[in-house]
Write a protein that binds this ligand. Structure first.
Ligand SMILES: O=C(O)CCC(=O)C(=O)O
Length: 210
């Protein structure tokens, strides 16, 4: 909101990583936030509920809801069910969104590679001021791109030392040579969104090699 007057053209961040500002219009942002809330409500109180995963001796600041496959930590592994409870399915509309994002991203940098088959997704919620430390997404066998959508408060996305301001409705893709790049987000910036108190992120991925 703070920077809406500043032009934000689509850009290649590093080879294989593309930023698509304002990819989702307000109507689609509202619909997807509503859908994420509904998914979190349905999983609440079960072993696959949205949670702040423990990592090593600490705990993440972000709340994560796993779809399709459950991202388990200590040790890292991907599960189809937790304590006999099936992981909520990836909603049917996610593939269509990923198709659109990837088509546009390839126009900016063909190195993003082929469109992933969306077999798993993470819904990440960040309370104001909270982010996610630098890490590599290495738990999927597939080398196809990660498609990432932002909602609510602004943040800074950092990948291989390059910083990009992310606002509600923005999409980011990292594939090809950037697929295993170190990335993370700084704290969600209070006062930058009317849509959400905090920030929501949906990342969509392919699990299997082919
Ligand atoms: O919130 C974001 O934009 C990044 C999320 C992320 O890095 C991840 O889920 O691996």
């Amino acid at each position: 909101m703070l920077f809406t007057a500043v032009p934000r053209p689509p850009a290649r961040i590093i080879p294989g990583a593309v930023h698509l500002p304002a990819f989702l219009d307000e109507e689609e942002q509202h619909a997807l936030v509503g859908q994420a809330r509904q998914l979190a409500r349905e999983a609440a109180g079960t072993p696959v509920a949205m949670r702040r995963p423990k990592v090593g001796n600490g705990q993440m600041d972000a709340w994560l809801l796993s779809l399709g496959w459950f991202w388990a930590t200590n040790p890292y592994r991907m599960l189809r069910e937790v304590d006999g409870h099936p992981v909520p399915a990836v909603p049917g509309n996610f593939q269509g969104i990923a198709d659109r994002v990837m088509e546009r991203a390839r126009e900016i940098d063909p190195l993003v590679g082929p469109t992933p088959r969306i077999q798993t997704a993470l819904v990440n919620f960040y309370p104001p001021g909270k982010g996610m430390g630098l890490h590599v997404d290495a738990d999927e066998k597939s080398g196809n791109a990660v498609v990432s959508l932002s909602f609510g408060q602004d943040t800074v996305f950092r990948i291989e030392g390059r910083d990009t301001l992310l606002m509600s409705g923005d999409a980011v893709v990292f594939g090809g040579p950037a697929r295993r790049a170190r990335h993370g987000v700084l704290g969600a910036r209070s006062g930058t969104s009317d849509l959400l108190e905090g920030r929501l992120n949906i990342t969509m991925r392919q699990m299997e090699e082919r």
